[in-house]
Write a new protein. Sequence first.
Length: 455
Amino acid sequence: MEKELSPSMPAVSRSVAKLAPLLLSLVVLSSLIPSTEAYDALDPNGNITIKWDVMQWTPDGYVATVTMFNFQQYRHIQAPGWTLGWTWQKKEVIWSMVGAQTTEQGDCSRFKGNIPHCCKKDPTIVDLLPGTPYNMQIANCCKGGVINSWVQDPANAASSFQVSVGVAGTTNKTVRVPKNFTLRAPGPGYTCGAAKIVKPTKFVTQDGRRTTQALMTWNVTCTYSQFLAQKTPTCCVSLSSFYNDTIVNCPTCTCGCQNNASQPGSCVEADSPYLASAVNGPGKYSYTPLVQCTTHMCPIRVHWHVKLNYKDYWRVKIAITNFNYRMNYTQWNLVIQHPNFDNITEIFSYNYKSLTPYGGINDTAMLWGVKYYNDLLMEAGPYGNVQSEILFKKDPSTFTFHQGWAFPRRIYFNGDNCVMPPPDSYPWLPNAGSRLMNALVVAVSAVVTWLLFYI
Ligand SMILES: *[C@@H]1O[C@H](CO)[C@@H](O)[C@H](O)[C@H]1NC(C)=O
Ligand SMILES: *[C@@H]1O[C@H](CO)[C@@H](O)[C@H](O)[C@H]1NC(C)=O
Ligand SMILES: *[C@@H]1O[C@H](CO)[C@@H](O)[C@H](O)[C@H]1NC(C)=O
Ligand SMILES: *[C@@H]1O[C@H](CO)[C@@H](O)[C@H](O)[C@H]1NC(C)=O
Ligand SMILES: *[C@@H]1O[C@H](CO)[C@@H](O)[C@H](O)[C@H]1NC(C)=O
Ligand SMILES: *[C@@H]1O[C@H](CO)[C@@H](O)[C@H](O)[C@H]1NC(C)=O
Ligand SMILES: *[C@@H]1O[C@H](CO)[C@@H](O)[C@H](O)[C@H]1NC(C)=O
Ligand SMILES: *[C@@H]1O[C@H](CO)[C@@H](O)[C@H](O)[C@H]1NC(C)=O
Ligand SMILES: *[C@@H]1O[C@H](CO)[C@@H](O)[C@H](O)[C@H]1NC(C)=O
C-alpha cells in the first residue's frame, strides 16, 4: 500500500505546503467562530451579575435586596429598560416590593386578609419610573430599567430593588433559591446561569467604622450574545477619504433589502407624505425599528472619513447616523479598533477611553457622547446624527494610507458589531498595490469580514 501511494506523495505534500498558510488561517479563524454562547473578544468577562442579599428573616420567609450589576464595559440597557424573571421552587409569594414591581399579580385567591403583591410562580419584575414616591424607593432604583455600562458611568451601572418573600424558607438551610432566571433588555440576548450560593455580602457603613453582613447571598450571572438578540445586523460602516473621491457605502442589504415585494412597507421614504402617519400611527411605541429606506436598511450607520493629512498627524471624522424613526439612542457608545489608537492625540466632542490599555496591544477605544451635548442620538430625521473628529499622531514605522490601513478594523455601536464594506471596495490611494495582491486580500478579507460579524 505504502509503495503504491508514495509516487503521488511529493505532489500532494507540495500542494499542501502551498495551502498551509491558508489552511492555518482558516483553522485560526474557525476557532474564533462562536456558537450561540456569548463571548466577546473585546470584553471577555462582560456580564450582568444579579446578587440577592437576604437581609432579614420574617415569620414566613425573608426580605432580600436584589442588585443587578452591569459589568459589561460598553453594553448598556436603555429605555424601556430591563425585565427580570425567575421561577420559584416551591409556593413562594411576594408580599411586597420596594423600588420595582411585578407586571402581573397572578392568582392570590388562596389568601384572606393580606393579599400578596404577586402570587405567580414565575413573576416578571420591572423597575419603577423616575419620580416614584420617596417611600417606594431604595438606592439605585427607579430609573425606568435603564442601566449604564461599566466604562461609561460606573455610578449608574447598577439597579436595585427589595423583595419581601413569603411562604418560603426561614433559615439558610430551608430557603430555596429561585430557578430559571431570565433577563430581557427588553428584547432577547441575555442568558442567565443558575443561582449560586456565595459568601454573604459585607456592607461597610458610610463612616467606615462598622461592617454588617447579609444573612445569605446568592449570585446569578447573565451574559449577552448578539446572535441571540437579533439574527440580522443592526449597524453598518461606510468609508471615504480625502485622497479618493469614492464614498464606499454600507454593503447593500446589510440589515435587510428594500422593495421586498413579500414584505412591503418595511421602510419609509424620508420625504414620504405618509411619514408622519407611519411614525405616529399604530406601533408608535413598538420597539421594532421603522427605518428610512436606504440600500443597506440599517437603523445605524457609522461613517469614517479620513479627512486630513499633516506631516506628523492625520485626522479622521466619525459620524453616526440614525435611520430609525422609532428610537432615540440615549447614552450611545462606539467601540472602534484601529492600530493608531495607541497614539491618539486629541478627540473632539466625544468622551474616550482605551479599552485595551494593557498587554502591549492598545488598539481599541470606546467613544461616547458628551453629557447634555451629544449623548442623545435623536430619531431619524434632521437631528438624527452626531459627529466628532480624532487627531492621531503618525508612528512612522506603521503609518500608511496604503491598503486601507487608515480605516477601522471593526466598529461596535452599543455593543453590536457594525458590518464593514468588503476591503476590496475601500478607497485606494492612486496606484495602490498589484492586482494579484489585491485579489488575494479580497478573497481572505471577504471571509474575515463575514466571520467578524459573528464574533
Ligand atoms: C462577571 O464580571 C465580573 C467583573 O468583570 C468578573 O469579576 C466575574 O468573574 C464575571 N463573572 C463571570 C461568571 O464571568
Ligand atoms: C447558614 O448559617 C450558619 C450559621 O447559622 C452558617 O454556619 C452557615 O455557613 C450558613 N450557610 C450558608 C450557606 O450561608
Ligand atoms: C424558564 O423560563 C422560561 C421563560 O419564562 C420558560 O419558557 C421555561 O419553560 C422555563 N423553564 C423551566 C425549566 O422552568
Ligand atoms: C457575587 O456578586 C457580587 C456582586 O457582583 C460580587 O462582588 C461577588 O464577588 C460575587 N461572588 C462570587 C462568588 O462570584
Ligand atoms: C423578503 O422578506 C422575506 C420575509 O422576511 C424574506 O424571507 C426574503 O428573503 C426577503 N427577500 C429579499 C430579496 O430580501
Ligand atoms: C425622541 O426625543 C424627542 C425629544 O425629546 C421626542 O420628541 C421624540 O418623541 C422622541 N422619539 C422617540 C421615538 O422616542
Ligand atoms: C494606550 O493609549 C492610551 C491613550 O493614548 C494611553 O493613555 C495609555 O497609556 C496607552 N497604554 C499603553 C500601554 O501604551
Ligand atoms: C505610539 O505608541 C506606541 C505605544 O504606545 C509607542 O511605542 C510609540 O513610540 C508611539 N509613537 C509615536 C510616534 O508617538
Ligand atoms: C479610488 O478607490 C477605488 C476603490 O474603491 C478605486 O477603484 C479607484 O481607482 C480609486 N481612485 C483613484 C483615483 O485611485
